[in-house]
Ligand binder design. Structure first.
Ligand code: FES
Length: 162
């Protein structure tokens, strides 16, 4: 009768265990890359977006607000100037004003209230003058930045930066 071998002999690595190890390493690496991309991309967009938006806004110098010439007197329309929300208001038959719709307090988008003859920011109650964009009450520290209404055509109203 033979005695049991107390000393285990070293086991040579099997081809299966090596491929399993490699597979596990690749799988963990892949998961790590996906995790880094899932976390890193939103952070990148958050950090880069002000720069990209500024470049985009600077690149646009003029827009045509299509069909705005049909607006009734006293009414307004929101439009985009690059990435920036803006407001065009028909003050009288031949008088227009255009301004940024970005509140100068914390950047919320303001709304025109023609029946109250004012522009309001719902975030903290800021109120602006619809003709000048001047800040009337509430926390906004500055007037809304003005745009220039260049021309009214059959196509729309052409608005440009100051
Ligand atoms: S963001 Fe407009 S009042 Fe605060």
């Amino acid at each position: 009768m033979s005695k049991p071998n107390k000393h285990k002999e070293p086991v040579a690595p099997q081809p299966e265990s090596i491929s399993r190890r490699v597979f596990t390493g690749l799988a963990l690496g892949g998961v790590g890359i996906c995790y880094a991309a899932a976390v890193g991309y939103p952070v990148y967009r958050y950090l880069m977006s002000p720069v990209e938006k500024a470049a985009e806004v600077a690149a646009v110098t003029e827009v045509v607000v299509k069909d705005a010439q049909k607006l009734p007197v006293g009414s307004g329309v929101m439009f985009k100037f690059g990435a920036e929300p803006c407001l065009l208001i028909r003050q009288a038959e031949d008088k227009w004003t255009a301004m940024s719709a970005k509140c100068t307090h914390l950047g919320c988008t303001v709304q025109h209230e023609p029946e109250q003859n004012r522009i309001v920011c719902a975030c903290h109650g800021g109120v602006y003058d619809p003709e000048t964009g001047g800040n009337i009450s509430g926390p906004p520290p500055r007037p809304l930045s003005q745009l220039v209404v260049k021309e009214v055509t059959e196509e729309g109203v052409r608005v440009a930066r100051n």
